[in-house]
Write a protein that binds this ligand. Structure first.
Ligand code: DGY
Length: 323
């Protein structure tokens, strides 16, 4: 009997996907720790398929160490900025991700959570209560920003950005501006969204939310100059990738009140925060949990298993990033 193809998973993912893989392949799941590049190279040796996470450095040396039988790298995320796509292409390895459509509801809801939390001082107000500082109703206590009818600007109008814009428009009657390389006719038609330049979006929006992939063009897209363009009453949300923001410049802009507040789920130096960020009251930070709902992670794991199965069966997977 021919031996089963070997699938290695760099950290435990949702069991729904693992079960699908285990029913067909010889699956090895690494412990829930981040491997060093050396450990990763040893772990992937002999694999036909590797399931990777955004915490893995998937470079040419890893692919070399895996061996020439490696056919597919299936990323358990929408983003794939940790993977050297060029190296994979050179080696004929297919790279897949999980579809934005699966993560969009959860990530968009988290972006909305951060928007409300920052606009209404949720965390300082909660701390105030817990410390017994609420003595009497105060007409000036924790005055925040209104959102209904305001302008929201999304950077990136893919599945997640569009879903966030839909919630803002349909739930809060917000006007939608978007910045993207492509036109998004669906949100123009459904939400009356307008495609604008980055500058126009930053100058006009009351809420700016980042939903772009991280690449050479988007790294440090927002820094000192861009924060100066934004309204001092504006809220900035990032559930995309940390390095799209120059985080040190953001700390300064928030401390100098050039921006009203920021809600961040991703960080430039993840898992570290830029110096001074955690001390600011006008910031809400969460540990990269945008897509962390049971259903979403289940869907992501199943999609990873389907992608691997397609490649190992000689078919084309639905979520190819590069081949
Ligand atoms: C993604 O999908 O890229 C998230 O950042 C991690 O789930």
């Amino acid at each position: 009997m021919p031996s089963q193809p070997k699938v290695v998973v760099t950290r435990p993912i949702h069991e729904a996907g693992l079960k699908m893989l285990q029913s067909r392949y010889a699956v090895t799941v690494h412990a829930d720790t981040i491997m060093t590049p050396t450990q990763l190279r040893t772990f992937v040796k002999g694999a036909d398929a590797v399931v990777t996470l955004l915490t893995d450095a998937v470079d040419d040396t890893m692919m070399e160490a895996a061996g020439s039988q490696l056919k597919v790298i299936a990323q358990y995320a929408v983003g794939f900025d940790n993977i050297d796509l060029e190296a994979a292409k050179q080696r004929g390895i297919i790279v897949c991700n999980t579809p934005g459509a699966i993560s969009a509801p959860a990530v968009a809801e988290h972006a909305v959570t951060l928007m409300f939390a920052t606009a209404r001082h949720l965390l300082p107000a909660d701390t105030f209560m817990r410390h017994g500082r609420y003595k009497h109703w105060d007409p000036n206590l924790f005055l925040g920003r209104d959102l209904v009818g305001k302008t929201v600007g999304i950077l990136g109008s893919g599945q997640i950005g569009s879903q966030f814009a839909r919630i803002c428009h349909n739930g809060l009657r917000m006007r939608v501006l978007y910045y993207d390389i492509c036109r998004n006719e669906a949100i123009e038609k459904d939400l009356g969204a307008t495609k604008v330049s980055l500058e126009q979006l930053l100058v006009t929006s009351d809420v700016v939310s980042i939903h772009l992939p991280l690449n050479r063009e988007t790294r440090h897209l927002l820094g000192k100059e861009e924060f100066r363009l934004m309204k001092p009453t504006a809220v900035l949300i990032n559930t995309g990738r940390g390095p799209i923001i120059n985080e040190n410049a953001l700390v300064k802009a928030l401390a100098d009140k050039e921006l009203y507040a920021a809600g961040l789920d991703v960080f430039e130096f993840e898992p570290e925060l830029a110096a001074g960020l955690a001390k600011l009251e006008n910031v809400v930070v969460t540990p990269h949990i945008g897509s962390a709902t049971e259903l979403t992670r289940q869907g992501m794991a199943e999609s990873v298993a389907r992608n691997i199965h397609a490649v190992l069966s000689g078919e084309t997977p639905t979520n190819v990033v590069s081949k």
